[in-house]
Design a protein around this ligand. Structure first.
Ligand code: ADP
Ligand code: MG
Length: 576
């Protein structure tokens, strides 16, 4: 097993990164760092999915190699946006926590140039910059690149997209010929290849994971709606996932602002991030988002590029990006550091071809899901509320003095009535809003996706940590699935109850929902754990098994008549 020491990182740096939670190198770091530790370093063209740790891959060696006796710029890191430039600066400052002689300057547009000039004149050895402002400082003769040893181009493709091609050229021309160039990116469009050809000298090519592929732990789902219903669908999604923490991507600044305004007006915890905002506004929004004071960040592709925000649960594509490869960048904002994430696409039938193109690019199926109905949402919200009440911490000291009066006032209500009233006080807004809500699904191939579109896919097999010893019966399990998922028509396949644990299958279109809905559930005082059991079954096999399940379901349904959803199907094994 490799360690940071093992690939040559010095103790003071290891100490700093361990304190920020790094235990061992991530694969891109394992590959890149040893090259950069050599005296005679090759140029590097590194492609890796987002969230794989590219910053430390180039950052750690630079920190270690910096000669602190000289006071001129040795290392230059170029990135497309102010946010990214600052993020890189912060990361590097963290790595060099115990190497106080190292000076890192951030150079980016929209902020006081004087402060940046000061930082450089203090003798910065490392500069993290966006191209525009850097050129400004070069022209003012504040920045001198003639002693630069290494240039890092981070998110190089995005720099091209933002029209920095000429700036890049002019910057690189001012650096020494024998310097080292490192190009980092998550995708490799053709135009970038030509840049690499031109500026990299016989580079070592390092690819982690498949080129342009989406991260493995991201699930991709799609809701088909009519064009005019996009916003309504967005609201349903936000309502269906009460704990959502995510980015909503729009195509234009105007759309970004419009969607954010509407969400705010409708009482959601949202704000917008796009290029036109002043720097102060952008910083405020980003800070709030990182602190989770904002649940939904509405953003353009450029503004959100490369941002590393932890624990995002969802990415929502309010509209598909103009360029297919941007989809990878968007979805890569979630599922970081091995966590599970979902990328949601709100789409309409006209975009079917583009969806297929995306599927090809990410090499994964996009699952078509029904837009949650008003009833689905009410149920989900209601149980979210009940969960919250169950878990809320009671601050006895603060409320004790009020309680006698409150008890007295509510004396006439019995327990049931009291619960009803508390729930309604919080919940009426949803019931009211969704009372006569319509089905938003756009029919696909003559079927409404709301009525099950599962012929195309198979079943997903789940593991659950309950078994015979917990007295788990198929009927109980089906009841749990029905209750927790709140999805109409969810199809249930085989159920296998074993002694200590069990397996069950549901329509794989709902894999994500099933996983999410079993989180934090208890059964007879035991924490329930559900995981995907086995993904590798051949799909042909799955289809066959499913047909069996369907065939046998008629007679099984009689047995399960007491359950909420008649359509639930139990396979052969399950009920015997
Ligand atoms: P990328 O530039 O590839 O998108 P980042 O460099 O922003 O990825 O890293 C993604 C996240 O992973 C960051 O939060 C970073 O702190 C974390 N990270 C990087 N390297 C490690 C490591 N070796 N161990 C644990 N976490 C790491
Ligand atoms: Mg990065």
């Amino acid at each position: 097993m490799s360690s940071f020491e093992g690939i040559g990182i010095e103790a003071v740096i290891v100490k700093a990164i361990e304190e920020s939670g790094f235990e061992k190198p991530m694969p891109i770091q394992e590959q890149v760092i040893p090259y950069l530790m050599k005296e005679d370093r090759p140029d590097i063209l590194a492609l890796a999915q987002t969230g794989t740790g590219k910053t430390a891959a180039f950052g750690l060696p630079l920190i270690q190699k910096t000669d602190t006796h000289v006071k001129h710029i040795q290392y230059l890191i170029l990135s497309p946006t102010r946010e990214l430039c600052l993020q890189i600066t912060n990361d590097l400052q963290g790595y060099s926590k115990y190497k106080s002689e190292i000076k890192i300057a951030a150079v980016f547009g929209g902020a006081s140039i004087d402060m940046q000039i000061k930082a450089i004149k203090k003798g910065a050895q490392i500069v993290s910059a966006t191209p525009g402002r850097l050129i400004d400082l070069i022209e003012r003769r504040v920045v001198d690149l003639s002693s630069v040893k290494t240039v890092v181009l981070d998110e190089a493709d995005e720099m091209l997209n933002m029209g920095f091609r000429e700036e890049l050229k002019s910057i690189l021309d001012k650096t020494p010929k024998d310097k080292n160039t490192l190009l980092f990116s998550a995708t490799m469009p053709k135009e970038l290849l030509s840049i690499a050809d031109k500026y990299l000298n016989d580079p070592v090519e390092i690819t982690i994971g498949k080129r342009n592929s989406g991260a493995e732990n991201i699930e991709h789902v799609c809701f088909m709606v009519h064009e005019k219903d996009r916003y309504l669908a967005l609201k349903r999604i936000a309502d269906f996932y009460p704990d959502i923490y995510g980015i909503i991507f729009c195509r234009t600044r105007r759309e970004t602002q419009e969607v954010a305004d509407k969400l705010l007006k409708d009482g959601y915890n949202a704000d917008a991030l796009y290029g036109d905002l002043s720097q102060v506004q952008r910083d405020t929004v980003m800070n709030k988002f990182r602190l989770k004071n904002i649940q939904l960040l509405v953003a353009t592709d450029v503004a959100a590029r490369g941002l590393d925000v932890d624990n995002l649960t969802h990415i929502i594509n309010y509209n598909l990006p103009d360029e297919i490869y941007l989809y990878t960048h968007r979805s890569g904002r979630t599922g970081r550091a091995g966590r599970h994430g979902t990328s949601i696409i709100i789409s309409n039938l006209k975009e079917k071809y583009r969806l297929q193109q995306i599927e090809k690019q990410i090499n994964k199926t996009i699952k078509l899901l029904p837009v949650p109905s008003g009833k689905d949402i009410c149920k989900k919200q209601l149980f979210h509320l009940i969960d919250k009440i169950e878990k809320v911490e009671v601050n006895d000291e603060e409320i004790d003095s009020f309680l006698p009066e409150i008890y007295k006032k509510l004396e006439w209500l019995d327990r049931e009535e009291l619960i009803k009233k508390f729930v309604s006080a919080e919940f009426n807004r949803f019931i009211e809003y969704y009372k006569e809500s319509k089905d938003l699904n756009q029919p696909v191939d003559g079927r409404s996706s709301g009525k099950g579109h599962s012929e195309s896919s198979g079943f997903t097999r789940f593991f659950i940590n309950l078994g015979r010893i917990d007295n788990l019966k198929p009927a109980t399990l089906i009841g749990m699935i029905n209750d927790y998922t709140s999805i109409r028509n969810i199809e249930i396949g085989d159920i296998e109850i074993l002694n200590n644990f069990s397996f069950f299958e549901t329509d794989s279109d709902y894999t994500e929902t099933v996983l999410q809905s079993f989180i934090n559930k208890k059964y007879k005082n035991r924490q329930v754990a559900v995981e995907v059991a086995d993904n590798k079954r051949g799909s042909g096999n799955q289809k066959k098994r499913k047909r069996q399940a369907t065939k046998s379901s008629n007679k099984k349904n009689k047995k399960s008549g007491g359950m909420k959803r008649k359509k639930s199907k139990a396979g052969k094994k399950s009920m015997v």
